[in-house]
Design a protein around this ligand. Structure first.
Ligand code: PHE
Length: 339
């Protein structure tokens, strides 16, 4: 019986060594210590033992029971500890894992260039002025010395709301609005949208953007205009950029000029971008016409001024080497995100 007991104890201990979960632990407990378990059946068989043997075997059974109970308890604790460890490992946060990438938007190339232009002129002491896009014919044309039926209107055919109201074809009407309200010294730029009934192609759009500039004070000369435009061109297109003035005609400036910058691609040698000219036209400018000053109640004998109007699209195309204006309006993210 002693050997039998020892065999049971060994068998139980060996089984407990390999327990993996609570369920099999409980099965082992029932198998050995349960009511119908192996140890209990030994107790039941004790009736056949002699009176001297009984307490000895009884003691042995108790010792084995105690040993097994202890081992089962330890195994249970060990299983619980392993389970907890597993849970903690599963819940752990991997701080080295890359996060979700948030895509940030960016400014449209036209806005970027506009910001750069503003920065240059604000740096020279200019203020920003604004005017309406739906404008009176008076401001868009007449006060700028372009009477009704004057041929100069042909190049700026716009969209008429009625006989007296147009979508402005240039930002120059803001010159008049500013001069009506403000007396010299005046130093403003006016960025804004303008409209012309031009068909869409690589260099034209019925809606585009200009930045108007106006300086009126005592003793303002063409030299001031040229110096100002040089600063602008070098800032936007690079220090090595030159400007060139070609005589031109505008109704509201005299003298007038069209202004070119040396080609941003070839530097003036001649290439495809500048159509072998070495120069690219980006703005119109001139000395404010005495008649325009007079119309606004400013005495042309005391004051003089210069004005310019530059194309934002053209500047952006030069700045970023874009060869088709339409790309600026199609809002294709694949295109826009390059700048
Ligand atoms: N408004 C003119 C245009 O759109 C440009 C310009 C502005 C010319 C100011 C002279 C002075 O063509």
């Amino acid at each position: 019986m002693k050997e039998q007991l020892q065999a049971i104890a060994n068998e139980a201990l060996a089984k407990l060594e390999h327990v993996e979960d609570m369920k099999s632990l409980e099965e082992i407990r029932i198998l050995f210590l349960g009511k119908k378990g192996k140890l209990t059946s030994i107790l039941k068989g004790m009736g056949s033992l002699s009176a001297e043997e009984r307490p000895v075997v009884g003691q042995m059974v108790n010792d084995v029971r105690k040993q097994l109970e202890e081992k089962i308890q330890n195994t249970r604790s060990e299983l619980i500890r392993k389970e907890q460890e597993k849970n903690i490992a599963q819940e752990a946060i991997d701080v080295t894992m890359p996060g979700t990438i948030l895509r940030t938007g960016k400014k449209h190339p036209l806005t970027q260039v506009l910001d750069e232009i503003k920065e240059v002129f604000i740096g020279m002491g200019y203020e920003i002025a604004e005017g309406p896009e739906v404008e009176l014919d008076y401001y868009n044309f007449e006060a700028l010395n372009i009477p009704k039926n004057h041929p100069a209107r042909d190049t700026q055919d716009s969209f008429y709301i009625n006989e007296n109201v147009v979508l402005r074809s240039q930002t120059s009407p803001v010159q008049i609005r500013v001069m009506e309200k403000q007396k010299p010294p005046i130093k403003i730029i006016c960025p804004g949208r303008v409209y012309r009934s031009d068909p869409v192609d690589a260099t034209h759009s019925p809606i585009f953007h200009q930045v108007e500039g106006l300086v009126v004070d005592k003793g303002v000369t063409m030299g001031d205009l040229i110096g100002t435009l040089q600063v602008f061109a070098k800032n936007l297109f690079g220090e090595e950029t030159d400007i060139r003035l070609r005589p031109h005609h505008f109704q509201f400036t005299e003298p007038s000029a069209e202004v070119d910058v040396s080609c941003w691609t070839c530097g003036g040698k001649g290439c495809r971008v500048c159509k072998n000219e070495g120069w690219i036209e980006i703005l119109g400018a001139g000395m404010v016409h005495p008649k325009v000053l007079e119309t606004c109640g400013i005495d042309p004998k005391v004051y003089s001024g210069f004005a310019f109007g530059l194309g934002v699209e053209r500047t952006a195309m030069g700045r970023f080497n874009i060869d088709d204006m339409r790309l600026l309006y199609e809002n294709d993210i694949r295109f826009l995100k390059q700048f």
